[in-house]
Design a protein around this ligand. Structure first.
Ligand SMILES: O=c1ccn([C@@H]2O[C@H](COP(=O)(O)O)[C@@H](O)[C@H]2O)c(=O)[nH]1
Length: 276
């Protein structure tokens, strides 16, 4: 589990704010792995071994595990146990439900004694409000990462609706800031929305932002840094497919490392530019 201070220290030490997304798809896994008893876990394990010194976070997306039923769940549990202790380990589950149900989701992903999983952070949809988020915040030291402005094209359907407090995504940030501080809450903001980062920073000056969309979705790391970086960095930039599927051959882990290294080197330059 990483506190805000520990996360910032890891960013400075590794010269990186990279989050490696673990979105394992059996159809895309190298053929030779398919004869292993646990191909998904074997794939993740090798990706983690190849990238752990270059990133400060991992983000398995639960859909890519749930879609394989019991075997997928076992792979998620094994992956969770294998994740390094010096990275922020995020389950991208995008949950949101009434309080007593949220309590079960929180147990599922945070309480190793009941589920076998002990993630540090979870992504949450804020639509159902405070009581749907509270049960996660009850776990001391765990992070809640609230969807604010997503990378999806459909983000315009609801997130830009005009409310009394501005766009809906602005109201979400303002409201969620009253639930807990920047040491417990992060926001998801898509890299494809880099022009909005200045505005986001007006409402969330200190919160870390989890930023998906660099790589396969075409978001610009440079723009994200230009408009979104704070004095503490304040960014976790995720890339999934561009790293984990850099090669479909036996060299997939080396290719993943090479892609992660490119991003880490750009990040080191951005940190340098910002005097961090
Ligand atoms: O707004 C959002 C929120 C979550 N995601 C997730 O991040 C990764 C992105 O994968 P890439 O392969 O790097 O495009 C994936 O798990 C999404 O579900 C997002 O893209 N946008």
């Amino acid at each position: 589990m990483l506190s805000r201070e520990q996360l910032i220290a890891e960013i400075k030490k590794k010269r990186s704010f990279l989050c490696v997304g673990l979105d394992p798809d059996l159809d895309k896994l190298p053929d030779f792995l398919k004869s292993y008893p646990e191909p998904i876990f074997e794939f993740n394990k090798r990706i983690i071994d190849a990238t752990r010194d270059l990133c400060v976070a991992y983000k398995p997306n639960s859909a890519f595990f749930e879609s394989y039923g019991i075997k997928g769940l076992q792979a998620l549990i094994d992956t969770c146990k294998y994740l390094p202790k010096d990275t922020l380990n995020i389950i991208d589950a995008k949950r949101g439900d009434i309080g007593n149900t949220s309590d079960k989701y929180a147990r599922a992903f945070f309480d190793e004694s009941t589920s076998g999983m002990n993630f540090d952070a979870i992504t949450i949809t804020p639509y159902m409000g405070n009581d749907s988020v509270k049960p996660y915040l009850a776990y001391e030291g765990k992070w809640v990462i609230i969807l604010a402005l997503t990378s999806s094209v459909g983000s315009k359907d609801f997130q830009y609706l005009e409310t009394e407090g501005g766009y809906l995504y602005e109201t979400i940030i303002k409201k969620a800031n009253t639930w807990a501080g920047a040491d417990r809450i992060m926001y998801v903001v898509g890299a494809t929305k880099s022009t909005e980062f200045t505005n986001i920073r007006a409402y969330a000056p200190d919160n870390f932002l989890l930023v998906p969309g660099v790589g396969a979705q075409g978001g610009s790391l440079e723009d994200v840094c230009k408009y979104g970086m704070t004095k503490d960095c304040g960014l976790l930039v995720n890339s999934s497919r561009s790293i984990i599927y850099a090669s479909s051959g036996e060299d997939f882990a080396e290719a993943a490392r090479a892609e992660a290294l490119k991003l880490q080197q750009q990040m080191a330059e951005e940190l340098e530019k910002a005097g961090i």
